[in-house]
Design a protein around this ligand. Structure first.
Ligand code: 2HA
Ligand code: ZN
Length: 285
């Protein structure tokens, strides 16, 4: 009796849950679907990386079983051993929900800091997003500022991009315009929006520049390309980008019309003080 119980117990510990039922896969599916439907991720546009808890992943995957290794082309010593679920290069957000196994992958950064160990996904032989340098460098930078940061998200939101062509690409002026167009903005992103000039995407250089901005900002616009957002949760990160995009829409709906009203700097200060947020005081006039 005792022996049979022991055998049953050992057997159960070997039975892993189906990774397709994991909450982190569900979050990737619903988030990419929402982003696609909002028009932020046409074709293969956009990418997400999500830092996972090793113990949680172990409920679904054998962490000893590396399916294959993929060189990343850059080194992030801080992220050795960390596990991420990431979207695939050339893959469409539109298709993640119906086919997660080909469009997503779970990777672990190997001991050398530069090899990705594929633990699951990219089943058709694919690989992680071309923007992995920006994603991992941003994770490393944000973890230094906020040890609870988990998500890096990139997309091409329509109105935010439209605003790039008609508004000065100056961090202070751009942030101020967003803050004054929507009451909640200074509370949602009191740290403002960082801006990088147009740069070649998919490179280590844009990754390094984005990560540097992430020392001060949770939102970084890539001029005439898109936006990066980071956060502790998928909801927080999505919400940051959603708030910028909604506000950029209001700006684009009104930019060509005579301005009759605006939220004043004194009112923004009032908001920030009431909601006790540490805002960029130098971004107000
Ligand atoms: O992966 O959005 O920046 C497609 C992109 C590149
Ligand atoms: Zn992009």
């Amino acid at each position: 009796m005792g022996i049979i119980d022991d055998i049953k117990k050992a057997g159960r510990s070997l039975v892993r849950k189906d990774v397709l039922t994991a909450p982190f896969v569900a979050e990737m599916k619903s988030t990419t679907a929402n982003m696609y439907r909002l028009g932020w991720d046409e074709r293969n546009g956009g990418n997400i990386s999500y830092l996972l808890d090793e113990n949680e992943v172990a409920e679904y995957l054998d962490l000893e079983n590396v399916v294959r290794t993929i060189p990343t082309g850059f080194v992030v010593p801080e992220l050795v051993g960390k596990i991420f679920i990431v979207t695939g290069t050339g893959k469409y957000f539109k298709n993640v929900q119906s086919d997660p196994e080909n469009n997503l992958g779970i990777i672990r950064i190997a001991a050398d800091g530069t090899t990705a160990e594929l633990l699951w996904g990219f089943a058709d032989g694919g690989r992680f997003t071309s923007e992995l340098p920006s994603h991992l460098m941003c994770h490393a930078a944000r973890l230094r500022v906020d040890p609870e940061n988990r998500v890096v998200m990139h997309c091409h939101p329509t109105h935010t991009l439209a605003m790039n062509y008609v508004h000065e690409l100056d961090e202070k002026k751009f942030t101020h315009t967003l803050w004054e167009m929507c009451t909640e903005c200074i509370v949602v992103f009191p740290d403002g929006v960082g801006i990088l000039p147009w740069m070649l995407c998919g490179t280590n250089e844009i990754g390094e520049a984005t990560a540097k901005k992430m020392n001060d900002f949770r939102l970084v616009v890539w001029a005439m390309h898109g936006i990066y957002g980071v956060g502790k949760t998928m909801d927080e990160t999505f919400g940051l980008i959603e708030t910028v995009e909604k506000t950029a829409q209001i700006y684009m709906l009104t930019a060509h019309l005579p301005r009759k009203n605006a939220i004043k700097d004194s009112q923004m200060r009032e908001l920030a003080e009431f909601f006790k947020v540490d805002y960029r005081k130098d971004f107000l006039k």
